[in-house]
Design a protein around this ligand. Sequence first.
Ligand code: ZN
Length: 201
Amino acid sequence: MTTLPIVLIGDPVLRRRAAEVPPETIASPEIQTLIDQMIETMRAAPGVGLAAPQVGEPKRIIIVEDPPLAIERLNEVQRDERQRASAFPLQVFINPRIRPAEGSAKTIFPEGCLSIPGYAGLVERALDIEIAWLDRHGVFHDWTPVHGWPARIIQHEMDHLDGILYTDKLLPRSLMTDDNMKRQTDGRSVSALIAELAGEG
Ligand SMILES: [Zn+2]
């Protein structure tokens, strides 16, 4: 199995609307191999999500996986703040559609992107969403609720399918290096950082 090179910000493929995958082609070696290579690439990076345009394929396929090991590295406060209490097993979403769950709260949290290495910024997302999709076996899954951290990952990856990057949605003044984001959020809440960035800290 091979990993694929990850396309970086500035490549036009990250700004195109990705095309629907014709359901009758999902079982094809082309699509199945692409999915396997996306999984390998995400795990090798390592990342918790990947969209097909990020490996140069403008197709509406995203994968998400938040493995138990990644969560074990967080302390309890971080898990609570991220709404990241439990692992999210590998899931392949083909032709996904999402909508905010009715009455969902919004949440602001640091985000990064494998296509924009070395940086992070604060982005507002819905805390609860619903997603409908085809899986890699071509089985349709109707509107299914997703909460917290995986909901954030899904919203980020969905944006990739529409040519949108998280840097388009940043809280103003919040873009910084990965390392500085870790430093700025170590031992204090995201809301304290937001207040500081707004000049109130
Ligand atoms: Zn990304």
